[in-house]
Each structure stands twice: as structure tokens, then as C-alpha cells.
Design a protein around this ligand. Structure first.
Ligand SMILES: [Zn+2]
Length: 309
């Protein structure tokens, strides 16, 4: 079944590990994606603030370097994948027998508090920005700290809404989450690209039931994260059963039209029961024990196609 995955950290792992996107020994590569019938993958440029400081590189330059790696990989693998900027592109690539790569940014540090950078990054092909990672930045605070969006953060989210660059609230503080919901006015979709349900696993990276309902009301979506410790407290092994439990809860609270997948491949240290991206069909087959194929179609790709439209 065609799958659109809202988040992975594979892109920024490549350089560090001396690997390429076509075939590697990480969670995700293009050959295994193809074999698993994947439709599209959001490739995040994961910007680690401390890593940038320690290496004397600005978050902005770090983004630009990895943007270039993304497009070079798309070019090197033009027989398998092409960049996509919206749902129409994803469907056009599919018609041409190609998967799609969507460029995203995890952590708003490359914006350096400048609204005009939203437009610049949109021209670079970025369609979603995770507002914070686990550090305070110009936009706001991570969920391990707490705190509202900063005035500049609110301006940036407004600009993103105006320009159609999706604000991603995974990692953001609860107070910041509610600020983004307010700014959306239930008019602009809000996305939590890789988070699970706090009711099932009390981790600050997960969403409370009220947050899930609020996301649904914006016509946005939440992507199921495969990290074992977000699925079950203190766990290192991610079981298909745990993924299914969380998915059912997210469907119940956010609504069937507001759930997707956000694997977090190559950003998580967990051992996965279905191993890696090649096991996606096994995972979906297992989930079909409790979820109809019609509903699975929604959470694998139809919801994401609606939001990326
Ligand atoms: Zn993350």
C-alpha cells in the first residue's frame, strides 16, 4: 500500500555515516522504499543547535549544505525518485513511476528569527518546518522546557500559514502548541509529524487527547512515531502491537482523517519488530487486523495528500 511518511532523519545521517540514499545500512534507503511500495518520504534537515555551535557552522549554512545534498541525491536517483512540492507533484511523480521526496526542516534555528527566511526556504522547496527540536530557539521552547511561543515565533508561524509552509509542533512545548493552534484559527492545518499518544505513554514528546482533538480541528494531522520509548515507557523494542495501539488511540481522538505515519527512521535508536522501511508491508498487514483497508488508505497516504495539497 502506498505510504507517505512525514518524518525521517536519514538525510542528515548520510554525510555523518558516509552513506548514500540509494542503498545503505540505515533504516531507510530508496531501494527498500521502492520495494515496500512507498509513495513519498519527507526528508528532514535535522539541525542540531549544539552540533552547529561546536563545529562553528551556522544553522543556516548547515541547512543549505543539506538542501544541496537532498537535491544531489534526487538527481543521482532520478530513476527512482523526484522532488515534490505538493500533492499534485506526488501524484505526477507516481504517474511517471517515481517516488517523491519532500524537503522539510527539523528545528527552526536556520530561520534565525527572520520571517523573510520562510519565503526563502519555500523557494528552496521546504514544505514543513518543525518549530523547535530539543533546544530553545528564536521561535520558542521545546517540550522538555515549557514556555510560550516568543513574539518573533508567532510572526514566523503567521508567515508560514500565509505562505503554506506547514508548522510542525512535534518537539514543541505544550504552551507553544496551544499558541500555534490559536494562530491557525482552525483555518490553517497544523501537523505533529512524529508524535504518539500521551494517554498511552506519558512522554512529553507525545500529544494529550485535547491536543489531538485540536490538531484534528485544524484539519491537520499527527504522524505515528515508531520510537520504542514514545510507544511504551522505558521500552527499547518497538512492537507492531504498540504501534497499532497508539494508531487506534490517535484515530479515536484526532479522527480518522487526521492520522498519518511519521516513522522517525534514522532518528530513533529502537529495535523495530518489522526491522526497517522494508518491513512496512508487514506492519500494515498486521494493522489490518484492527483497521479496515479503507481506513488504512487514509492514514497511509490520503490524509497526507489532502494536507500537502
Ligand atoms: Zn524529532
Amino acid at each position: 500500500m502506498k505510504l507517505i511518511d512525514l518524518h525521517c532523519d536519514t538525510l542528515t545521517g548520510l554525510k555523518r555515516r558516509g552513506q548514500v540514499l540509494r542503498e545503505n545500512n540505515m533504516h531507510l534507503d530508496l531501494l527498500r522504499m521502492k520495494a515496500a511500495d512507498q509513495l513519498a518520504q519527507c526528508f528532514a534537515v535535522f539541525v542540531h543547535q549544539k552540533h552547529c555551535t561546536e563545529n562553528g557552522i551556522s544553522p543556516y549554512d548547515f541547512f543549505k549544505t543539506h538542501r544541496d545534498i537532498f537535491y544531489q541525491e534526487m538527481k543521482d536517483n532520478a530513476d527512482l525518485i523526484a522532488p515534490a512540492y505538493n500533492s499534485a507533484d506526488i501524484l505526477k511523480n507516481l504517474e511517471n513511476g517515481l517516488m517523491s521526496g519532500v524537503l522539510t526542516i527539523e528545528a527552526g534555528e536556520p530561520l534565525e528569527g527572520k520571517c523573510e527566511r520562510v519565503e526563502e526556504f519555500k523557494k528552496d522547496g521546504v514544505r514543513m518546518i518543525t518549530l523547535t527540536w530539543n533546544f530553545e530557539n528564536e521561535i520558542g521552547f521545546p517540550n522538555r522546557m515549557g514556555g510560550h511561543l516568543k513574539p518573533k515565533g508567532k510572526e514566523i508561524v503567521d508567515t508560514m500559514n500565509q505562505l503554506g509552509v506547514l508548522p510542525d509542533v512535534s518537539h514543541l512545548s505544550d504552551e507553544g502548541f496551544w499558541d500555534v493552534i490559536e494562530l491557525s484559527q482552525n483555518k490553517y492545518p497544523v501537523v505533529a509529524s512524529h508524535s504518539d499518544a500521551r494517554a498511552l505513554c506519558d512522554h512529553p514528546r507525545n500529544m494529550t487527547d485535547d491536543m489531538l482533538k485540536a490538531l484534528g480541528n485544524t484539519n491537520g494531522m499527527v504522524g505515528v512515531n515508531y520510537s520504542a520509548d514514545f510507544l511504551r515507557e522505558g521500552e527499547r523494542f518497538a512492537s507492531m502491537e504498540a504501534v497499532l495501539d497508539h494508531t487506534l488511540h490517535l484515530i479515536d481522538k484526532a479522527g480518522i482523517d487526521h492520522v498519518a505515519f511519521g516513522s522517525d527512521y534514522d532518528g530513533i535508536g529502537s529495535v523495530l519488530e518489522w526491522k526497517d522501511v522494508s518491513g512496512t508491508p508487514d506492519l500494515l498487514e498486521y494493522m489490518h487486523s484492527k483497521i479496515s483497508w479503507d481506513d488504512l488508505e487514509k492514514i497511509t497516504h490520503k490524509n497526507a495528500l489532502r494536507v500537502f495539497a
